[in-house]
Design a protein around this ligand. Sequence first.
Ligand code: PNW
Length: 463
Amino acid sequence: MTVTRPSGFPPGFLWGAATAAYQIEGAAREDGRTPSIWDAFCHTPGRVLGGDTGDVACDHYHRRAEDVRLMAGLGLGAYRFSVSWPRVQPTGRGPANPRGLDFYRALADDLLAHGIRPVVTLYHWDLPEELEEAGGWSARETALRFADYARLLGEALGDRVELWTTLNEPWCSAFLGYAAGVHAPGRQDPAAALRAAHHLNLAHGLACGALRTVLPGTARLSVTLNPGVVRARTGSCADLDAQRRIDALATRIFTGPLLHGAYPADLLADTRRITDWSFVRDGDTDVIKHPLDALGLNYYTPTVVSAATDNDPPARGGPSPWPGAERVVFHHPPGKRTEMDWAVDPTGLHEMLMRFTREVPGLPLYVTENGAAYDDKPDAGGQVHDPERIAYVRAHLRAVLRALAEGADVRGYFLWSLMDNFEWAYGYSKRFGMVYVDYATQARIPKSSAQWYARVVRTGRLD
Ligand code: PNW
């Protein structure tokens, strides 16, 4: 078999970097912002490593202009950021907080002034705490509130933003947040997690409807998923069944209704012990299957699974994020790892892109996150060298090129992340940035990967 490897990316390919509001903004109590579920989670002892919080984070709320100049210096064509819901609609309901909206208008204006396209994610996990107190994503009401919030954002930023993403990684929101409890709101209720997944899907569909009514015809709507690239450890029937179960819970629980208008029958059967799915009402799946203009895909590492045997000890480490698939064992594939202990395997990115090329032909794809955490430190001269990150990103960009050569319609790539930031339950202990952040001084130091990435962006070539 001949493998075509074009050395360049198509003209117009969007080169970007990504962040999320709670991970970088800080200013947690300023200008009318109220707590989100992540503020509450971080301020509960024992939840986040080192007791870290996003109270200050990268202080981006106050350093917006400097950070946009940094992006301009790297030559970025696009910047993917998220809006903090409790900053722009403090109670999660009712009128907007104008000072919150002003921040995002100013950010979009700064980006546009530097020729950087703003790509907005409406929800990157920071639900207003008031809505969590009313049931959070396990309550249907939250999906309705999300549609109102989307409309409000559409009205405020519609003249500045073309590419919109409703949700980031709803799998994490539903299953890390409501089943495993390792993310906010820290609940451990498998039935609530499955309800949350449905209400996130519904929220996406309702938000798309709301955005379509207020946005100009040029607006493009998308959602960002983190489809698991799930591999069976062996070809045995039992291992293939474990793979099928995890694929259903990781990916098809979202892509089923979002892209095809129905929940997969095997998922409903696998979870029947936990819920009867009566929270899915007539018409919901039609709302969820709103026509999309693009699909955002996040990729870090593949997953290898096998069926538990009688010799396998019961899973350790708290409740499973996989309701209905508790007897599945997760394996560490051999080879290189990042600081997250995630295997470096770019073939998974290629596989993911080809899966969606086959599954939704014609739908433009964006890699909305890809990157790696390494133990970066400034050297004696104050420089930060991160050759492993360069190798990681280069290898994954090669996988994108390979997918492009095989017909995938990949329109852009967003490196996670622009800068080191608050890595959720790991606090500040994991650094994903191409820009180093010295949290004591808030100094930004572009790592060698940033210089390397700037060259890729400028030339559209990898070497
Ligand atoms: C994604 N998992 O999070 C998020 O979109 C980012 O906010 C985050 O910083 C980045 O990836 C790096 O972690 C994930 O446990 C968090 O499978 C956890 C998982 C996956 C993605």
